[in-house]
Design a protein around this ligand. Sequence first.
Ligand SMILES: Nc1ncnc2c1ncn2[C@@H]1O[C@H](COP(=O)(O)OP(=O)(O)OP(=O)(O)O)[C@@H](O)[C@H]1O
Length: 367
Amino acid sequence: MAEIRLEHINKTYPHMTIPSVADYNLQIRDKEFIVFVGPSGSGKSTVLRMIAGLEEISGGEFFIDNKLMNDVAPKDRDIAMVFQNYALYPHMSVFDNIAFGLKLRKIPKLEISQRVQEAAKILGIEDYLDRKPADLSGGQRQRVAMGRAIVRDAKILLMDEPLSNLDAKLRVEIRAEITKIHKRIGATTIYVTHDQTEAMTLADRIVIIDHGDIQQVGTPQELYNKPTNIFVATFIGMPSMNLITGQFNQNALTTNDGLSLNVPLGMAKQLIERGYEGKSVVFGIRPEDIHAEQVALDTYPSNSVTATVTIAELMGADSMLYTKVGSLQLITRVNARDYHQPGATISLALNMNKGHFFDSETTNRIV
Ligand SMILES: Nc1ncnc2c1ncn2[C@@H]1O[C@H](COP(=O)(O)OP(=O)(O)OP(=O)(O)O)[C@@H](O)[C@H]1O
């Protein structure tokens, strides 16, 4: 059992004026797989290092199973950590690297051997136990680093960008293994990444961070379907959500270019109730909620706009169409069979019901 609680945690590094982590409040359930995701420098590693005890906490309280941990020594926190750069001992064999922490804890030799063999089996590295790290590929080295962490049977597993040194294919492969390992060992896991695909595929819940602030905590679906602000809306999803700024008036959104989109009644009602009539708002719509058709130019269903394809990226099953509607850029995901050539004039139908409205000043979600 390992439930983690962060209360008003913050960190200001010495000689810095701005906190790298500002007032974090977060409760992580036992056995949960939490992913911290955010751009470079947003404070992800700093939080992880404070939890591990590698970095002092400037303020706030950190609990494991209701026990205050702020001043508990790292070795007494029952936490294992996997780093991006593997941090293996080059002069030791794979076996000794994995066994290192157990030897320090004076665990009997036979038990060490059994636990190392078992971890190696889980990770598929039984055949490399006699090798040195230099004689392994990057993927194998990262497996050894994971072996060293899981062999300890710690209640909490922290992973700081463990896949970022690996090539794309290996990342996908090891990502799937991490999910399996988590199911098997059941340690409460915090995983740091700036890769949203990793976050979406691995997490029970994602914590999305920007500039040292938690922006939203939720399941991948919650973040994707109900982003709390424009940052989350555009950070999650590839390509990014399309944003259209305009004036909301009489159940329609009108842009500076004079483009007018009907707002569905339910959404319009909420916008009016919240005082947005006559105000500037940002409408967000994902590429898959804009449907493209190469139609005769005189037939436009409602909320359809005429666009010119500027770039068509064939991605395999899908293609991404980058289009221009006046000065507005709209990206749509279409079936690759409907691949349109740059320069083509197409009609885009916006599924407004799937869209999101944000306050143009606070950037927070309205509806
Ligand atoms: N030892 C330090 N001294 C001073 N500032 C630091 C120190 N370590 C990190 N920072 C600053 O704290 C902020 C957060 O850094 P952190 O490494 O936690 O971000 P991150 O989100 O993990 O970034 P990345 O994805 O690039 O690893 C950054 O602005 C960074 O420059």
